[in-house]
Design a protein around this ligand. Structure first.
Ligand code: FAD
Length: 327
Protein backbone atom coordinates (compact mmCIF):
# COMPACT_ATOMS: atom_id res chain seq x y z
CA UNK A 1 0.00 0.00 0.00
CA UNK A 2 1.12 3.53 -0.64
CA UNK A 3 2.05 5.98 2.13
CA UNK A 4 -0.04 8.48 0.22
CA UNK A 5 -3.78 8.67 0.59
CA UNK A 6 -5.95 6.83 -1.88
CA UNK A 7 -7.35 7.98 -5.20
CA UNK A 8 -8.37 11.48 -6.26
CA UNK A 9 -10.70 11.88 -9.26
CA UNK A 10 -10.47 15.29 -10.91
CA UNK A 11 -14.03 16.02 -11.99
CA UNK A 12 -15.34 17.25 -15.31
CA UNK A 13 -18.78 18.82 -15.25
CA UNK A 14 -21.31 18.88 -18.06
CA UNK A 15 -24.03 21.44 -17.42
CA UNK A 16 -25.64 20.52 -14.13
CA UNK A 17 -24.17 17.02 -14.02
CA UNK A 18 -20.85 15.34 -13.49
CA UNK A 19 -19.63 14.05 -16.86
CA UNK A 20 -20.00 10.32 -17.43
CA UNK A 21 -16.23 9.88 -17.48
CA UNK A 22 -16.08 11.26 -13.92
CA UNK A 23 -18.74 8.80 -12.71
CA UNK A 24 -16.86 6.00 -14.51
CA UNK A 25 -13.58 7.10 -12.85
CA UNK A 26 -15.25 7.08 -9.42
CA UNK A 27 -16.61 3.58 -10.04
CA UNK A 28 -13.21 2.32 -11.20
CA UNK A 29 -11.51 4.21 -8.38
CA UNK A 30 -13.62 2.34 -5.80
CA UNK A 31 -12.41 -0.95 -7.22
CA UNK A 32 -8.75 0.15 -7.34
CA UNK A 33 -8.80 1.22 -3.68
CA UNK A 34 -8.44 -2.45 -2.68
CA UNK A 35 -4.93 -2.38 -4.15
CA UNK A 36 -4.05 1.23 -3.36
CA UNK A 37 -5.49 1.80 0.11
CA UNK A 38 -6.83 5.05 1.53
CA UNK A 39 -9.98 6.84 0.47
CA UNK A 40 -11.76 7.85 -2.72
CA UNK A 41 -11.95 11.60 -3.12
CA UNK A 42 -12.99 14.00 -5.83
CA UNK A 43 -11.76 17.46 -6.83
CA UNK A 44 -14.51 19.70 -8.16
CA UNK A 45 -13.84 23.17 -9.55
CA UNK A 46 -16.34 25.76 -10.74
CA UNK A 47 -18.37 28.82 -9.79
CA UNK A 48 -20.96 26.46 -8.30
CA UNK A 49 -18.78 23.45 -7.56
CA UNK A 50 -20.51 22.32 -4.34
CA UNK A 51 -23.65 21.54 -6.34
CA UNK A 52 -21.97 18.38 -7.68
CA UNK A 53 -21.04 16.86 -4.31
CA UNK A 54 -24.27 14.84 -3.96
CA UNK A 55 -23.66 13.16 -7.32
CA UNK A 56 -20.08 12.33 -6.32
CA UNK A 57 -21.32 10.84 -3.02
CA UNK A 58 -23.77 8.61 -4.91
CA UNK A 59 -20.76 7.12 -6.71
CA UNK A 60 -18.80 6.50 -3.51
CA UNK A 61 -16.60 9.58 -2.98
CA UNK A 62 -15.97 9.99 0.74
CA UNK A 63 -14.31 13.39 0.46
CA UNK A 64 -14.90 16.25 -1.96
CA UNK A 65 -12.29 18.97 -2.42
CA UNK A 66 -14.36 21.88 -3.63
CA UNK A 67 -12.80 24.92 -5.31
CA UNK A 68 -15.67 27.35 -5.75
CA UNK A 69 -14.72 30.68 -7.25
CA UNK A 70 -15.98 33.10 -9.89
CA UNK A 71 -12.62 32.73 -11.66
CA UNK A 72 -13.62 29.11 -12.35
CA UNK A 73 -16.96 29.96 -13.95
CA UNK A 74 -15.75 28.76 -17.36
CA UNK A 75 -12.84 26.48 -18.12
CA UNK A 76 -9.40 28.07 -18.42
CA UNK A 77 -6.24 25.99 -18.32
CA UNK A 78 -4.37 28.07 -15.72
CA UNK A 79 -7.04 28.49 -13.01
CA UNK A 80 -8.33 24.93 -13.42
CA UNK A 81 -4.78 23.60 -13.06
CA UNK A 82 -4.32 25.77 -9.95
CA UNK A 83 -7.55 24.28 -8.53
CA UNK A 84 -6.49 20.68 -9.32
CA UNK A 85 -3.07 21.31 -7.78
CA UNK A 86 -4.70 22.70 -4.62
CA UNK A 87 -6.80 19.54 -4.33
CA UNK A 88 -3.77 17.31 -4.91
CA UNK A 89 -1.83 19.20 -2.22
CA UNK A 90 -4.72 18.82 0.23
CA UNK A 91 -5.50 15.15 -0.53
CA UNK A 92 -1.91 13.91 -1.04
CA UNK A 93 -3.25 11.04 -3.21
CA UNK A 94 -1.36 8.00 -4.42
CA UNK A 95 -3.30 8.09 -7.69
CA UNK A 96 -4.99 10.91 -9.62
CA UNK A 97 -7.53 10.14 -12.36
CA UNK A 98 -8.22 12.93 -14.87
CA UNK A 99 -10.80 12.64 -17.68
CA UNK A 100 -9.26 11.98 -21.08
CA UNK A 101 -11.15 14.92 -22.56
CA UNK A 102 -9.68 18.07 -24.10
CA UNK A 103 -9.84 19.86 -20.74
CA UNK A 104 -8.78 16.83 -18.71
CA UNK A 105 -5.73 16.21 -20.88
CA UNK A 106 -4.84 19.89 -20.64
CA UNK A 107 -5.04 20.02 -16.83
CA UNK A 108 -3.55 16.54 -16.35
CA UNK A 109 -0.44 17.28 -18.37
CA UNK A 110 0.07 20.62 -16.62
CA UNK A 111 -0.22 18.92 -13.21
CA UNK A 112 2.22 16.26 -14.38
CA UNK A 113 4.80 18.95 -15.18
CA UNK A 114 4.23 20.88 -11.95
CA UNK A 115 4.48 17.71 -9.85
CA UNK A 116 7.34 16.18 -11.86
CA UNK A 117 5.18 13.04 -11.93
CA UNK A 118 4.57 10.57 -14.77
CA UNK A 119 1.20 10.50 -16.52
CA UNK A 120 -0.22 7.73 -18.68
CA UNK A 121 -2.90 9.06 -21.00
CA UNK A 122 -6.09 7.51 -22.34
CA UNK A 123 -6.23 4.39 -20.18
CA UNK A 124 -8.71 1.66 -21.09
CA UNK A 125 -8.08 -0.84 -18.26
CA UNK A 126 -6.57 -0.66 -14.78
CA UNK A 127 -5.70 -2.94 -11.88
CA UNK A 128 -3.95 -2.16 -8.61
CA UNK A 129 -1.69 -4.13 -6.34
CA UNK A 130 0.64 -3.09 -3.54
CA UNK A 131 -0.09 0.56 -4.13
CA UNK A 132 0.87 0.58 -7.82
CA UNK A 133 -1.65 0.84 -10.63
CA UNK A 134 -1.08 -1.07 -13.87
CA UNK A 135 -2.98 0.20 -16.89
CA UNK A 136 -3.59 -0.62 -20.53
CA UNK A 137 -3.19 2.23 -22.95
CA UNK A 138 -3.50 2.21 -26.75
CA UNK A 139 -0.46 3.82 -28.38
CA UNK A 140 1.03 4.39 -31.87
CA UNK A 141 -2.40 5.29 -33.18
CA UNK A 142 -3.97 2.31 -31.45
CA UNK A 143 -1.85 -0.24 -33.31
CA UNK A 144 -0.31 -1.36 -30.02
CA UNK A 145 -1.88 -1.81 -26.58
CA UNK A 146 0.80 -1.16 -23.96
CA UNK A 147 0.73 -2.26 -20.34
CA UNK A 148 2.18 0.53 -18.22
CA UNK A 149 2.92 1.76 -14.72
CA UNK A 150 4.33 5.11 -13.70
CA UNK A 151 7.25 4.96 -11.29
CA UNK A 152 6.54 8.36 -9.74
CA UNK A 153 4.28 9.44 -6.91
CA UNK A 154 1.54 10.39 -7.31
CA UNK A 155 0.61 8.19 -10.28
CA UNK A 156 -1.34 10.20 -12.85
CA UNK A 157 -3.71 8.85 -15.50
CA UNK A 158 -6.31 10.17 -17.93
CA UNK A 159 -9.33 7.89 -18.31
CA UNK A 160 -11.05 7.20 -21.62
CA UNK A 161 -14.80 7.90 -21.63
CA UNK A 162 -17.30 5.03 -21.93
CA UNK A 163 -14.77 2.29 -21.15
CA UNK A 164 -15.44 1.68 -17.46
CA UNK A 165 -18.85 0.99 -15.93
CA UNK A 166 -20.87 3.54 -13.99
CA UNK A 167 -22.22 1.91 -10.84
CA UNK A 168 -23.71 3.80 -7.90
CA UNK A 169 -22.65 2.94 -4.34
CA UNK A 170 -23.56 5.79 -2.04
CA UNK A 171 -21.17 7.04 0.63
CA UNK A 172 -21.15 9.84 3.17
CA UNK A 173 -19.04 12.57 1.61
CA UNK A 174 -17.15 15.16 3.66
CA UNK A 175 -16.72 18.53 1.93
CA UNK A 176 -13.36 20.30 2.14
CA UNK A 177 -13.45 23.83 0.73
CA UNK A 178 -10.24 24.97 -0.95
CA UNK A 179 -8.89 28.50 -1.19
CA UNK A 180 -7.08 28.45 -4.50
CA UNK A 181 -4.08 30.71 -4.96
CA UNK A 182 -4.53 31.56 -8.66
CA UNK A 183 -1.33 32.31 -10.52
CA UNK A 184 -1.61 35.81 -12.06
CA UNK A 185 -0.42 34.52 -15.46
CA UNK A 186 -3.24 32.00 -15.58
CA UNK A 187 -5.80 34.74 -15.06
CA UNK A 188 -4.57 36.81 -18.00
CA UNK A 189 -6.71 34.90 -20.52
CA UNK A 190 -10.37 35.94 -20.38
CA UNK A 191 -13.32 34.01 -21.80
CA UNK A 192 -15.46 36.59 -23.62
CA UNK A 193 -18.13 34.28 -25.00
CA UNK A 194 -19.02 30.60 -25.01
CA UNK A 195 -20.63 29.22 -28.17
CA UNK A 196 -22.18 25.79 -27.72
CA UNK A 197 -22.05 23.95 -31.03
CA UNK A 198 -24.76 21.38 -31.70
CA UNK A 199 -26.61 22.35 -28.51
CA UNK A 200 -29.24 19.75 -27.71
CA UNK A 201 -27.62 17.04 -29.83
CA UNK A 202 -26.15 13.89 -28.29
CA UNK A 203 -22.47 14.49 -27.48
CA UNK A 204 -20.01 12.31 -29.35
CA UNK A 205 -17.91 11.33 -26.33
CA UNK A 206 -20.85 10.21 -24.20
CA UNK A 207 -23.06 8.69 -26.90
CA UNK A 208 -23.83 5.00 -26.61
CA UNK A 209 -24.51 4.83 -30.36
CA UNK A 210 -22.59 6.77 -33.04
CA UNK A 211 -23.33 6.91 -36.77
CA UNK A 212 -20.33 8.25 -38.71
CA UNK A 213 -19.93 9.21 -42.35
CA UNK A 214 -16.79 9.29 -44.46
CA UNK A 215 -15.66 10.30 -47.92
CA UNK A 216 -18.17 7.81 -49.33
CA UNK A 217 -20.95 10.27 -48.36
CA UNK A 218 -19.96 12.33 -51.41
CA UNK A 219 -21.02 15.76 -50.10
CA UNK A 220 -22.37 17.63 -47.07
CA UNK A 221 -26.04 17.37 -48.10
CA UNK A 222 -25.87 13.58 -48.25
CA UNK A 223 -25.11 13.53 -44.52
CA UNK A 224 -28.87 14.02 -44.05
CA UNK A 225 -29.27 10.23 -44.35
CA UNK A 226 -26.69 9.73 -41.58
CA UNK A 227 -28.59 12.23 -39.41
CA UNK A 228 -31.89 10.48 -40.14
CA UNK A 229 -30.45 7.14 -39.00
CA UNK A 230 -28.84 8.79 -35.95
CA UNK A 231 -32.14 10.48 -34.98
CA UNK A 232 -33.98 7.16 -35.22
CA UNK A 233 -31.45 5.53 -32.91
CA UNK A 234 -30.92 8.50 -30.53
CA UNK A 235 -27.32 8.45 -31.71
CA UNK A 236 -24.59 11.07 -32.15
CA UNK A 237 -23.13 11.87 -35.58
CA UNK A 238 -19.41 11.48 -36.27
CA UNK A 239 -17.19 11.78 -39.32
CA UNK A 240 -13.88 10.67 -40.74
CA UNK A 241 -11.17 13.22 -41.30
CA UNK A 242 -11.73 13.02 -45.05
CA UNK A 243 -15.31 14.23 -44.50
CA UNK A 244 -14.12 16.95 -42.13
CA UNK A 245 -11.32 18.10 -44.43
CA UNK A 246 -13.85 18.32 -47.26
CA UNK A 247 -15.87 20.74 -45.10
CA UNK A 248 -18.90 18.41 -44.88
CA UNK A 249 -18.77 18.23 -41.08
CA UNK A 250 -17.13 20.42 -38.38
CA UNK A 251 -13.91 19.31 -36.74
CA UNK A 252 -15.75 18.55 -33.46
CA UNK A 253 -17.33 15.58 -35.25
CA UNK A 254 -14.01 14.02 -36.28
CA UNK A 255 -13.27 10.59 -34.87
CA UNK A 256 -9.73 9.30 -34.92
CA UNK A 257 -6.13 9.91 -34.02
CA UNK A 258 -6.37 13.67 -34.54
CA UNK A 259 -10.05 13.84 -33.61
CA UNK A 260 -12.08 12.38 -30.77
CA UNK A 261 -11.62 9.00 -29.15
CA UNK A 262 -14.97 7.30 -28.69
CA UNK A 263 -16.11 4.02 -27.15
CA UNK A 264 -19.84 3.66 -27.80
CA UNK A 265 -21.79 0.44 -27.51
CA UNK A 266 -22.47 0.56 -31.26
CA UNK A 267 -20.44 2.42 -33.92
CA UNK A 268 -21.90 2.51 -37.43
CA UNK A 269 -19.39 3.55 -40.11
CA UNK A 270 -20.90 4.62 -43.44
CA UNK A 271 -18.55 5.03 -46.40
CA UNK A 272 -15.44 4.92 -44.22
CA UNK A 273 -12.51 2.78 -45.37
CA UNK A 274 -11.08 2.11 -41.89
CA UNK A 275 -7.66 3.75 -41.98
CA UNK A 276 -5.37 3.15 -39.02
CA UNK A 277 -5.89 6.78 -37.95
CA UNK A 278 -9.69 6.43 -37.95
CA UNK A 279 -9.50 3.06 -36.22
CA UNK A 280 -7.39 4.63 -33.43
CA UNK A 281 -10.38 6.70 -32.36
CA UNK A 282 -13.12 4.06 -32.41
CA UNK A 283 -11.65 0.58 -32.10
CA UNK A 284 -12.72 0.16 -28.46
CA UNK A 285 -16.38 0.48 -29.50
CA UNK A 286 -18.23 -2.63 -28.27
CA UNK A 287 -19.85 -3.44 -31.63
CA UNK A 288 -18.75 -2.00 -34.98
CA UNK A 289 -21.01 -2.06 -38.03
CA UNK A 290 -19.45 -1.09 -41.36
CA UNK A 291 -21.36 -0.19 -44.52
CA UNK A 292 -19.06 -0.02 -47.53
CA UNK A 293 -19.42 -0.91 -51.20
CA UNK A 294 -15.84 -2.22 -51.39
CA UNK A 295 -15.60 -5.76 -49.95
CA UNK A 296 -11.83 -5.25 -49.62
CA UNK A 297 -12.16 -2.13 -47.43
CA UNK A 298 -9.88 -2.49 -44.36
CA UNK A 299 -12.76 -1.67 -42.00
CA UNK A 300 -14.21 -5.13 -42.66
CA UNK A 301 -11.13 -6.66 -40.99
CA UNK A 302 -12.15 -5.26 -37.59
CA UNK A 303 -15.92 -4.68 -37.93
CA UNK A 304 -18.21 -7.04 -36.01
CA UNK A 305 -20.84 -6.78 -38.73
CA UNK A 306 -20.07 -5.81 -42.31
CA UNK A 307 -22.60 -4.80 -44.95
CA UNK A 308 -21.18 -4.74 -48.46
CA UNK A 309 -23.39 -2.40 -50.40
CA UNK A 310 -24.20 1.11 -51.54
CA UNK A 311 -24.73 3.23 -48.42
CA UNK A 312 -27.31 5.34 -50.26
CA UNK A 313 -29.51 2.24 -50.40
CA UNK A 314 -28.49 0.54 -47.15
CA UNK A 315 -28.67 3.52 -44.75
CA UNK A 316 -32.20 4.73 -45.70
CA UNK A 317 -33.44 1.11 -45.71
CA UNK A 318 -31.99 0.63 -42.22
CA UNK A 319 -33.66 3.84 -41.02
CA UNK A 320 -37.03 2.82 -42.47
CA UNK A 321 -36.74 -0.67 -40.99
CA UNK A 322 -35.96 0.72 -37.54
CA UNK A 323 -38.86 3.17 -37.77
CA UNK A 324 -41.26 0.40 -38.77
CA UNK A 325 -40.03 -1.72 -35.89
CA UNK A 326 -40.42 1.13 -33.42
CA UNK A 327 -43.98 1.76 -34.66
P1 FAD B 1 -11.59 6.91 -47.78
O1 FAD B 1 -10.39 6.24 -47.26
O2 FAD B 1 -11.49 7.59 -49.10
O3 FAD B 1 -12.76 5.83 -47.82
C1 FAD B 1 -14.02 6.08 -48.35
C2 FAD B 1 -14.75 4.75 -48.37
O4 FAD B 1 -16.06 4.97 -48.79
C3 FAD B 1 -14.13 3.74 -49.32
O5 FAD B 1 -13.80 2.57 -48.60
C4 FAD B 1 -15.24 3.46 -50.34
O6 FAD B 1 -15.28 2.10 -50.75
C5 FAD B 1 -16.47 3.84 -49.56
N1 FAD B 1 -17.59 4.27 -50.40
C6 FAD B 1 -17.60 5.19 -51.40
N2 FAD B 1 -18.84 5.33 -51.91
C7 FAD B 1 -19.64 4.47 -51.24
C8 FAD B 1 -21.01 4.14 -51.31
N3 FAD B 1 -21.84 4.76 -52.15
N4 FAD B 1 -21.49 3.21 -50.47
C9 FAD B 1 -20.69 2.56 -49.58
N5 FAD B 1 -19.37 2.84 -49.48
C10 FAD B 1 -18.86 3.78 -50.28
N6 FAD B 1 -8.65 10.04 -40.43
C11 FAD B 1 -9.69 10.01 -39.57
O7 FAD B 1 -10.79 9.55 -39.91
N7 FAD B 1 -9.55 10.51 -38.29
C12 FAD B 1 -8.38 11.04 -37.85
O8 FAD B 1 -8.33 11.50 -36.70
C13 FAD B 1 -7.27 11.06 -38.73
N8 FAD B 1 -6.07 11.54 -38.31
C14 FAD B 1 -5.02 11.48 -39.19
C15 FAD B 1 -3.73 11.87 -38.73
C16 FAD B 1 -2.65 11.78 -39.57
C17 FAD B 1 -1.30 12.19 -39.05
C18 FAD B 1 -2.82 11.33 -40.90
C19 FAD B 1 -1.63 11.22 -41.82
C20 FAD B 1 -4.05 10.95 -41.37
C21 FAD B 1 -5.17 11.03 -40.52
N9 FAD B 1 -6.43 10.63 -40.94
C22 FAD B 1 -7.45 10.58 -40.06
C23 FAD B 1 -6.72 10.36 -42.36
C24 FAD B 1 -6.74 8.89 -42.70
O9 FAD B 1 -5.43 8.47 -43.06
C25 FAD B 1 -7.67 8.63 -43.90
O10 FAD B 1 -7.26 9.41 -45.00
C26 FAD B 1 -9.14 8.93 -43.62
O11 FAD B 1 -9.54 8.29 -42.43
C27 FAD B 1 -9.98 8.42 -44.78
O12 FAD B 1 -11.32 8.75 -44.55
P2 FAD B 1 -12.47 7.89 -45.22
O13 FAD B 1 -12.41 6.50 -44.74
O14 FAD B 1 -13.74 8.64 -45.02
O15 FAD B 1 -12.12 8.02 -46.77
Amino acid sequence: MSAKNGILVVAETKGEKLANVTLESLTKGRELLAGVGGELSIAIAGANAAAYVDAAARYGATKAYVAEDGELATFRSGPYTDAAMAAIAAADPAVVLFPNTLNGRDVGSRCSIRLGAGLVGDITAATADGGRVTVLHPCFGGSLIAEKQTTSDPQLFTVRTNVFERVEEAAACEVVRLNVDFSPAGLLARVLDVVVENAGLVSLEEASIIVSGGRGMGNAENFSIVHALADTLGAAVGASRAAVDAGWKPQQCQVGQTGKTVSPTVYIACGISGSIQHKAGMQTSSFIIAINKDPEAPIFTFADLGIVGDLFKVVPALTEGLKRRAA
